[in-house]
Write a protein that binds this ligand. Structure first.
Ligand code: SF4
Ligand code: SF4
Length: 399
């Protein structure tokens, strides 16, 4: 999944990474899932997480079951969907569609999950999945999903330039007039106003991103289609904080893409602390709020400015997520927040210089004026957060 813009506020979701087990072992899998990886979350822990999530303020709108391949455990999933449903959550399952291998079994599993309270499905499919799951398995799975009335949203990874619809059509043998690009902001508005058009349940709604060079993907650098940092936009990312995920071992990750691999994205563990406590800490972290407000490219540049030894990778990045994780790789949460706090303070002080009306600001610094204004807003928001959350002293730490 890749960074997304912030013109529509993402509804809060909580991911339960129920298992790392998967019937296939894609080369680009960031979490090393496969048939022999048996790491799964204990049912008691999964149920407790969902129950605790119901008391959060704000309460997440959706519980997302992900993996690995959660549909390898349909009975567990059925029970957890039931718990989530009873507590008033919408639900979603992320799947590679392996259950399309057999039509009768696939239908039985999906209809049972639907009865248990499954609201929506997201598929993952691309050239890497295709090395293990033939196109007809995927086509059969989406036919079953359409039959059951689910919108078919497909996340696909591209590692080359080109038209995503044409490339996907070619890979999976699906006509281009059955594929449309998925506009998540539009979909969120439609769901909120109950105006989801019927074509969504008869089309492949394609969401595309690029590789993140973590996990097994790191072993295949030749697959990384890289671009220089300067070619990526400054678009903020709303995934982090709005879509945290709990790993099978209970570790609470602020974002699914970097979770589990990049230390600074791990907030804590639900086996040791309450979910409410972890959410509070996540919301306070400068690192995540910075990505929400300024975006991953600005994050990379700010960290590099404060630690010049961490310069850009000369051959660029495979995706904006790749740049985002590289920005803080090897740093712990405190080190990341301290560098960003200092960057914000630096811009804050520059704003004072601007206000003092020096009038002779060098052109190379003039372009920082917008950043300085944004830094002041950020620090104001920090002050409000610190005032509203007991024990959180971020603002006082930096001023
Ligand atoms: S990318 Fe998805 S389908 Fe592929 S091995 Fe990983 S979890 Fe399984
Ligand atoms: S890795 Fe960074 S850019 Fe990608 S989704 Fe996570 S926070 Fe956003």
């Amino acid at each position: 999944m890749n960074a997304t813009g912030n013109d529509v506020q993402r509804p809060l979701e909580l991911g339960i990474m129920f298992t790392h087990r998967c019937p296939i072992a894609c080369r680009h899998c960031g979490i090393l899932s496969g048939p022999d990886n048996f790491d799964s979350m204990a049912m008691e822990l999964a149920e407790r997480c969902i129950t605790e999530a119901a008391s959060l303020d704000p309460k997440p709108a959706t519980i997302v079951f992900t993996g690995g391949e959660p549909m390898m455990y349909p009975h567990h999933l059925e029970r957890l969907l039931g718990v989530a449903n009873l507590l008033g959550f919408a639900t979603r399952v992320i799947t590679n569609g392996f259950w399309g291998r057999n039509q009768a079994t696939g239908r039985r599993i999906l209809y049972r999950l639907q009865l248990a309270g499954l609201d929506s499905l997201n598929f993952s499919a691309d050239k890497y999945h295709l090395e293990f799951l033939p196109a007809e398995v995927f086509r059969r799975a989406i036919e079953i999903a359409w039959e059951a009335g689910f919108p078919v949203i497909v996340n696909t990874v591209l590692n080359m330039p080109g038209d995503p619809v044409a490339l996907f059509s070619q890979l999976y043998g699906i006509p281009t007039d059955k594929i449309r690009l998925f506009d998540e902001d539009e979909f969120i508005r439609q769901v909120a106003t109950d105006t989801v058009p019927s074509e969504l349940t008869h089309m492949v709604n394609l969401s595309f991103g690029r590789l993140v060079g973590l996990g097994r993907a790191a072993e295949y650098p030749e697959e990384h289609y890289r671009s220089e940092l300067a070619t990526y936009s400054y678009t903020p990312c709303q995934e982090v904080v709005n879509r945290p995920v709990i790993y099978p071992d209970g570790s609470f990750q602020a974002c699914c893409c970097a979770g589990g691999k990049i230390a600074s994205f791990t907030v804590g563990n639900v086996r040791e602390r309450s979910l409410a406590d972890l959410f509070d800490e996540m919301r306070m972290r400068t690192h995540f709020r910075f990505i929400n407000q300024f975006g991953p490219r600005a994050l990379h540049e700010a960290i590099a400015e404060m630690s010049p030894e961490r310069s850009c990778a000369p051959d660029g990045y495979a995706s904006i997520c790749d740049a985002c994780v590289a920005a803080t790789k090897g740093l712990c949460a405190k080190e990341v927040d301290a560098r960003l706090d200092h960057w914000l303070l630096k811009r804050f002080l520059e704003k004072d210089e601007i206000s003092a009306g020096s009038g002779s600001r060098p052109p190379e610094l003039a372009e920082r004026d917008d950043e300085s204004v944004a830094a002041v807003d950020f620090l104001d928001a920090s002050r409000r957060l610190a005032a509203s959350t007991e024990g959180m002293k971020m603002f006082h730490r930096i001023t």
